[in-house]
Ligand binder design. Sequence first.
Ligand code: GAL
Length: 827
Amino acid sequence: MKRYTRRVFLRSSVMGLALATLPADGGWKSEVVSHGLSAKSLNLNTDWLFGGEYVPGSTDLDFNDKEFERVTLPHCVAHLSWRNWDPKSWEKRWIYRRHFNLPDKLGNIRFFLRFEGVMTGASVYINGQLIGRHLGGYLPFKAEITQLVSSGHNVVAVIDDARWGLDVPPDRPGPSTSSESVAPEISHLQQMQMQSSKIYRRAYLPETPYPSSSVDFWQPGGIYREAYLEAVPPIFIADVFAKPVDVLDSNRRRVEVECTIDASVVPRDPVQVQVELYGHGMRSSISRTASIRRRGRNRVMLTITGLEDVNLWDIEDPKLYELRVTLRYRGKYLHSYHTRIGFREARFTKEGFFLNGRRLKLFGLNRHQFYPYAGGAMPARVQRKDAEILKKELNCNMVRCSHYPQSPHFLDACDELGLMVWEEAPGWGYLGDQKWLGRALRDIKQMIIRDRNRPSVIIWGVRLNETPNDSSFYSKAQAVAKALDDSRQTTGAMIGSLYATKDFQQDVFSYNDYHKNGNWPTLNPPRADYPYMVSEAVGSLSGPYHYYRRTDPAEVQSAQATAHAIVHDIAASDERYCGLLAWSGFDYESGTGYVYEEVKWNGVVDLFRVPKLGAAFYISQVDPRVRPVIEPGFYWDFGPNSPAQGPGENALIWSNCDRLELFVGEEHYASVEPDSDSFPHLRYPPFRVDLRVDGASKPDLRIDGYLQGRRVISRRFSSDASRDRFLLTVDDAEIRADGSDATRAAFRVVDAYGAPRPFAGGEVFLSLKGPGDLVGQSPFPLGDNGGVGAVWIRSQQGKPGAIHIRAEHSDLGNATAMVRSVSGRRA
Ligand code: GAL
């Protein structure tokens, strides 16, 4: 890292003349990235120039970048399909450039460049000068560039090092940093042994080099999250931690606010700090003066009391409050910082989990952040959609961000929707050398600083997923977490024989439980000596099958829902389980273990964010007064790939009703009640019915759902494929014309009533008219994903207008949809 010290004159109408020395470290500040608004924050997401593979000289100020491609952030370096990702397509070094102009009079403004996430390493240059190198793809970093920019034209150049093995979590030592040679492949057998040993100790594998498939998820490169240029005064608020304390006691309830003020000068007089908390008809504020005694960071503490009337943040009603900190000097405004908080108490105990003093079973799934075609590079709207799917469609109350800090946009949605979060520092089955461990501690610190104001985050994953014991390192990790946030408990996912370990430094013992009982998953009992939670189950490892693709027989697809219901039923059976987060929410791209076409098909929702049969269990677990549900665990289909006997003897229907009436071909067929014998602890057990029927006449199926004698829902299914339709739906009617906003256009073959037709084939040809770009593949081979697919429609910067999407199916005609791209902030 390059360091420099410069003496500069800082002139300010507020400060008067001051001679100051800037902090010696002009490189990346590892700890100061937050979501507060700066005095002025220039969005640096548009107008990047992407030059492909890095060539020497391309970071120079006057490098000729005329041939570079104009791109918008978030951006992925590789052209990806929805499957068969090839790490060779991104594991290189890449060059990005961004020109920007600054006004004539810069005064004493300080400039910071902030990146929310670059995979996996970034060397950043300003006007040809290296300002720092950051390693690690999942957390933000920023650097002060005040001394390197000037009025008029400036250029940022970023070398994105997307090679594998950069000695930073979750990577392992690979060949890329030492040479360009290709890693020797680890044999399939070795991989299987790794999987079954479940603890990937360094000793189990050749020391070095590891291939990138030694981590379970592909990590395509790119500046795949947003970037900002922040302009702030010489003294500004760098960070605010607003910690609600004693939230359940209305008299003692308070918010302890820790403000970090960064000063490049030492002012003669004290500054004034004001904290305002407001929302839902409430406003409270407090001010104090504080002396800034040194250049660099200064801490100012304030406490807001008198909060008798605040509403709690809860999963049903996640009330958020705005918090603004304003900094003044001699009565004049200098800077302000804004964040959101919520009042809630989340407590993991040996007797279970309690939210706001109320026992609550944690019910959820793990999420990976990657998308077809784009890697991690999807904008806010698309990131937020995953949280909506988990909360509103799958009825989860919690998600585990496996195995790294995820997009702030996803977490914003979790705060707003009442979806609780386990946030986890990057890591997967491996602890590296001292440097690597140091970076892991830095990540834990950055993660907590980034997200500690979020009420949705109820626990920190500071023990890295499935790593071996290391009491010295994990004691440090625990201390780092507690020093930054003593209001949350910590955890880490253990595996295999570590179930019994005594060498555990975190607060909550979590276990990736892949035990089997015959063909079906089962769970170890909760450990009695710690609060206990199941952090993974089912996946590809303990369910009846390894893959759950829409191209697999319906019986396989349906078994996924059953397997998930079994483990949640066990978790519900004993209060000492705080809850269970199953593996996994979404299919994801991977090169290790049970993959097919480089995809792990163990999501209950597919890559395209379309629920599979496996999701039926989750969809049904909602109060019927909110949403009555009937979700068959089968397809009503007698086509060539479906059993001639129909759904069979043990067909399951996932529903929250108390009675179902079935009609086949309009004839009453059966009256069924929930199978609470098989699933005694589920709130809404499925219904089991013998559905061996002769489908020769292609009868309809009708299912009516009753609650206390009243019919509350009726669904129909057609087995007559000649009436099938091709359906195209878009998630949003409007997107923003900023060149990065996007929405999904999903297509599938459905029966006459809109229910999925399985195994539908054909090709889908997609075209767009208007100011939008297709993020996706055309033609799309529909049969390869069992009759379902999606693309995303991205706006073009500064070009509002109607985007018409046309999807033409090779046999079933075409479908159209329209998305309006609008300027400004409306969409
Ligand atoms: C777990 C691991 C997950 C995933 C899963 C595969 O052991 O923690 O990241 O690899 O296995 O089903």
